[in-house]
Design a protein around this ligand. Structure first.
Ligand SMILES: [Zn+2]
Length: 424
């Protein structure tokens, strides 16, 4: 494993960490941006192309963190991105695509609230509430004492429009919170937080004597085991594991009561409580133990699958390199990782990509990393079958893709996950 030139201290527990877990040596974009947005970001004092992105893994507190935490310019850009940059988003009131995972989190919350004496009068705080959708839904179910904190002004306004009380700021907010909360939760926020210690400490401080904390966050074990590097991009500055939070909160009087991998395996829900919860929760102890065992097995004293993730990237490079040097043209199927490394890498081999097929990303338009390739529907591939020689499938989950490709005789097919494979 690569050693960094000097030890870097873990931003959470301050232990020295020497080994680089994952090195990404090309520009990666933290989220989908069109060329105009890219221009405006470059107009500020930060250039994404300058990035050398290394990730470290702290063995003491099981935290993954990026080398960018010491880059002041980058951190300033992040603040700008979260608070100002996003403005043309689809709210969850308009799109129901997140309904199911949100339902799961709400079931977890209301299930645990049932064991509290305050019942529906409980005080709820959501950190990074975005458009306020979850708090709005909880209100509909009778949980009226809630507050959201959201740095993005456009999203905070949207929340207010729906009657959700919200403080438009980062967490902890500058305006001191004077009340305590029985339930504090956040959903896919913690991996974007730069001052994790301050964030966790304020969660603890704001918890009522029987309080509970629920966090939904990425499941790094899944990405690592898949050899899928798309979890690792600049906006994910610190990536805690459930073990990181378990260590932290249990040292502050919380019990680790629940940990569950989400349906798509890409997330973990973790629940911590100051009060011993009722019988129904003790059933989950077995699951927790297993989850902790998994952590040990998978990390085994060191991050076991790290090399795989690294390898996946260099394999991809080899693949694009190979296709390009043979003068072949490839179609890229399933660009769900449009905001990540695959597409960024594809951008370096412009001439060799003929089509990108991805229905969900089509709305982002055709200006991705200046590829000059239209994002199209699957039928287009068949209609233009003479214009490409091979197909790169960015995921192995698309059974229907394989079904629809039966007639494409003579075409080479590659898949990028879980590891690079030639299918035929
Ligand atoms: Zn640490």
């Amino acid at each position: 494993m690569k050693k960094s030139s000097s030890a870097i201290n873990c931003p959470l527990c301050n232990q020295p960490v020497e080994e680089i877990f994952l090195s990404l040596d090309r520009p990666v974009f933290p989220f989908p941006v069109d060329s105009q947005e890219k221009e405006s970001m470059h107009g500020r004092d930060f250039h994404l192309e300058d990035i050398v992105l290394d990730y470290y893994y702290c063995q003491s507190c099981a935290l993954l963190f990026s080398s960018l935490i010491h880059d002041e310019r980058f951190l300033r850009s992040l603040d700008y991105l979260y608070s100002v940059h996003y403005k043309n988003f689809v709210t969850r009131f308009e799109s129901s695509s997140e309904a199911k995972p949100i339902r799961h989190l709400m079931d977890l919350l209301s299930g645990s609230i049932r064991s509290m004496s305050c019942g529906k009068d409980c005080n709820i705080l959501e950190i990074g509430c975005f458009d306020g959708y979850i708090l709005y839904k909880l209100k509909e179910e009778g949980y009226a004492n809630s507050l959201g904190v959201e740095p993005n002004g456009y999203a905070a306004r949207e929340a207010k429009k729906h009657g959700v009380e919200v403080i438009n700021d980062f967490f902890p907010p500058k305006e001191k919170l004077h009340r305590l909360f029985d339930v504090i939760f956040s959903r896919f926020v913690i991996e974007h937080v730069v001052d994790l210690k301050g964030f966790l400490e304020e969660m603890v401080e704001r918890s009522s004597p029987d309080g509970m904390i629920a966090v939904e966050m990425p499941n790094p074990y899944h990405f690592i085991a898949q050899g899928n590097p798309n979890l690792f991009y600049p906006a994910h500055t610190l990536i805690p594991t459930d073990l990181t939070l378990a260590n932290y909160f249990s040292a502050r009087g919380f019990e680790y009561v629940y940990s569950k991998v989400t349906e798509n395996k890409e997330g973990i829900q973790a629940l911590f409580s100051k009060k011993r919860l009722g019988e129904e929760w003790t059933k989950s102890e077995e699951a927790i133990r297993k989850s902790r065992d998994n952590v040990r097995v998978m990390l085994n004293g060191q991050p076991l699958f790290l090399k795989e993730a690294s390898k996946s990237l260099s394999d991809k490079k080899d693949l694009f390199e190979g296709i390009s040097s043979m003068g072949k043209r490839a179609a890229l199927y399933g660009a769900g990782s449009l905001c990540g490394n695959t597409i960024s890498l594809a951008g370096e081999y412009k001439g060799c990509i003929s089509h990108i097929v991805d229905s969900s990303s089509a709305k982002w338009g055709n200006e991705f990393v200046n590829l000059d390739v239209a994002i199209t529907a699957p039928e287009v591939l068949e209609e233009n079958i003479d214009n490409w020689d091979c197909l790169i499938i960015t995921s192995t989950y698309h059974k229907e893709i394989m079904e629809s490709l039966r007639n494409m005789d003579g075409k080479e097919i590659y898949t990028l996950y879980p590891s690079l494979k030639r299918l035929r």
